[in-house]
Write a protein that binds this ligand. Structure first.
Ligand SMILES: [Fe+2]
Length: 240
């Protein structure tokens, strides 16, 4: 996929948004820490970023109370736990991506992996959310039409994947060998560890929705899919 779809002011706007998250975009010439990491997600510091919107912005689908716990307690705890685990080691100054890639296949370092990956996943989740309803445009819209038939079909299938994920995990739209796919991962797992570039994610751990929807995961997922996905962010990752 060409990078040309996101140049000029549009790319600058997205970059500014990512910078607000503390994520930052690497120059195109910098080379990738890993080829399947999305654009702007290759050098993430071990620092809890602020939410990229007001905590009331997605109410009632996701309430301020949920964000206060999810971002302020759960997400913060992953960073705090990781800092304790890597204190005094070379990993203390590494990026989340470096730590994730180095620890993913080492069972002895499961704690480091889980906390680093969950810190990364939640960064990606906040960026995947939008206060306003959006629709895909440009090359991503064309790829959705090619691979799913329609945007409506994609939304229906994405919601189904999220609802079907057993226990804690994530629903994802990914780019895999030139094709868009919908996948789910368990616990802290991430598609880029399986050869897929993530474009968007929805957190389906119970802590993401239980305060607002209790056991009704499908209601939370439907609300996010219909009205609160950041398709500008997905386009950036698709172009990456
Ligand atoms: Fe979460």
């Amino acid at each position: 996929m060409s990078n040309s779809a996101l140049t000029g002011p549009r790319r600058g706007l997205l970059a500014a948004g990512l910078m607000a998250l503390g994520i930052g975009m690497l120059p195109r010439t910098a080379g990738a820490a890993a080829p399947l990491l999305p654009a702007g997600q290759k050098a993430t510091p071990q620092t809890l970023p602020p939410l990229p919107f007001a905590p009331t912005a997605l109410d009632p689908v996701i309430s301020e109370k949920t964000f206060s716990f999810h971002h302020g307690k759960h997400h913060k705890a992953y960073f705090d736990n990781l800092a304790k685990l890597v204190a005094g080691t070379p990993e203390a100054t590494q990026t989340l991506e470096e730590i994730i890639l180095a620890s993913a296949t080492d069972p002895a370092r499961k704690g480091v992996f889980n906390n680093a990956a969950q810190a990364w996943n939640h960064n990606f989740y906040w960026s995947s959310l939008s206060p306003e309803a959006q629709t895909p445009t440009g090359p991503l819209a064309a790829a959705i039409a090619r691979d799913f038939g329609s945007f409506e079909t994609l939304k229906t299938q994405l919601a189904a994947v999220c609802v079907a994920q057993f226990a804690s995990g994530w629903g994802w739209l990914v780019h895999d060998n030139g094709k868009l796919k919908l996948v789910s991962t368990s616990n802290a797992d991430i598609p880029f560890l399986h050869g897929q570039t993530p474009l968007l994610t929805i957190d389906v751990w119970e802590h993401a929705y239980y305060l607002d929807a209790q056991n009704r995961r499908a209601d939370y997922v439907k609300g996010v899919v219909e009205s609160h996905l950041n398709w500008r962010f997905a386009e950036l990752n698709f172009a990456g």
